[in-house]
Ligand binder design. Sequence first.
Ligand code: ACO
Length: 267
Amino acid sequence: MTEAAFGGSAEQTSEEEVGLRYEVDGEIATITLDRPEKRNAQTFATWSALAHIGDNLPQQVRVVVVRGEGPSFSAGIDLRMFTPEGVPGQGSFASSATLDGSAFEKRVAQAQRGFLWLRRPDIVSVAAVQGHAIGAGFQLALACDLRILADDAQLCMKEPALGLVPDLTGTKPLVDLVGLSRAIEICLTARTVKAEEAARIGLAELVVARAELPGAVRDLTGALLATNRDAAVATKRLLQGASGRSLEEQCAAEAREQAARVKALFS
Ligand code: ACO
């Protein structure tokens, strides 16, 4: 998992910079952001490692839990990325400024790969968020299908305050979840959204006391795994496609998926 995503070589990128732990237990994969002393700040190596996990996810995995060690889920991008020196072996935004537009966009797309796979229909991804989820941390939580928040969670899309845009796949799920006006307000003020508000406006499925977060994740995971796998995959696929289809198209898609289910179950 020591691959550099942005301008560094694997040899130059230490496990410390990757900052991830990854465990598979049967049908559950758990990804833990594991640099608590730096509030689980993320580097390009972190995103590369996330993409690597997605590319190599064992076929039996049905639920992917994304969590953070320590007081914060993630304080976002490693702020060294904004210094001229950057992160050893990984370059920096300053060095990326010299790239032409398409080369830079390719690098961003490479980083986004670490987040995009969490929406695959064959898995359900669950973010377990305590403390701060700032910038890339908020976007990682948004990349997951579901979010369980501890009551001390604080979400902040800080990028605009730093002169940047959120570019780690977070803008679409944010708009889908809270609507355009609320998304504009949250991003352009870069304010903190606390757990109770997050649940109220659709950014969290559940808020629990901090100590209950692991138990709540276990309960949700158990409930998700109790359903028929193929039906779960087909249903997620249907739900994901719903907003892009007319009612008639969605009804036709339901009928197609059901035909395949009935055939699998009864023939
Ligand atoms: N990158 C690198 N190091 C970080 C980051 C970060 N994003 N966030 C925290 N750290 C480090 C601190 O420098 C400190 O290191 P040190 O002990 O060597 O001095 C350590 O983590 C602990 O940080 P504190 O600030 O002491 O922790 P605290 O719990 O009081 O505050 C908080 C946490 C609120 C997250 C604060 O650290 C913070 O504001 N961090 C920066 C958040 C940020 O601006 N992120 C970028 C968003 S934009 C994007 O992600 C694209």
